[in-house]
Design a binder for this molecule. Sequence first.
Ligand code: BMA
Length: 328
Amino acid sequence: MHRHPGNPILTRADVPDVPPLLTDATSVFNPGAVKAGGLYVLLLRVQARSRETFTMVAESADGFRFGVRPEIVEFKGIEAVREKIYHIYDPRITRLEGAFYVMFAMDMDGGCGLGLARTEDFRDFRFLGLTSTDDVRNGVLFPERIGGAYLRLERPNRARHAGGPATGSEIWLAESDDLLRWRPRGPVMAGRFHYWDEFIGSGPPPIKTRRGWLHVYHGVATHFGSANVYQAGVSLLDLGDPSRLVGRSRGNILEPREIYELAGQVPNVVFPSGMIVEEFDAEGFALPASPVKIYYGAADTVVGLAVTTVGELLEAASESPFDPILLI
Ligand code: BMA
């Protein structure tokens, strides 16, 4: 991955005030991304000095100079959820059957849930429902039905860093008939303990290529004394049965190195959450030569952009793993 020279492409200074809820924003990070009507659109996770979390929309004609709209996204209908929702965050955007679906984490007393909203224009957002029953995060929808079912990757939260929030070391595939009720199908990949990706979670929604579903994920190394290090990696899932892992990068493809990744609210974090692939063939497969833009949160404080191509990601996903047993 190659960092954009203008990084970080969004900082708190780019976030307009939306009084009374948001003035002098603290941080902006972990954006969902999509290209819609020729414009690059980001859904931003913005934190205020109250540490309340807001979702805001940013737009750009070139993919790196973004303007943030001076409004807070309202997910209409979310008031139907009976439980108190503390935070809505880390939105992932999937274009599916002509609309945009946004899947996000919802922190509630019972743990983290996955909420789903739909929009056609990034102005009006309709909350469709809480789509999980267990503690789970990093839900990403596939952009089409496979074998008749809607599919998503999700990360059950069954572990915890010392003193940190619940996390997990397995990514699962789940299926649904209506996008609202999901059934787990089985594990897709597991963390590789002692190495870079001990705890894992999906990044942006998968991209269809002729070789399989290209899946960028984050991995957390927890074996350092004072910090957990969040990095990005890539794996490849079988086209017809995405529960089958067919490739995985041995090392990470992006790790905290720049000062804005090493220092901030949560140091040593790159967290990929949005990916835009520019070129597809007539049947909807991403072209190997296509440029790819990956938007990521850096140190839970700013937004970074890293670029590559589909071909480079496929190559990285074909590296041999350290141990075939770990390539489940
Ligand atoms: C994860 C999530 C992300 C966050 C990351 C680093 O568990 O909460 O939203 O960016 O930790 O703090």
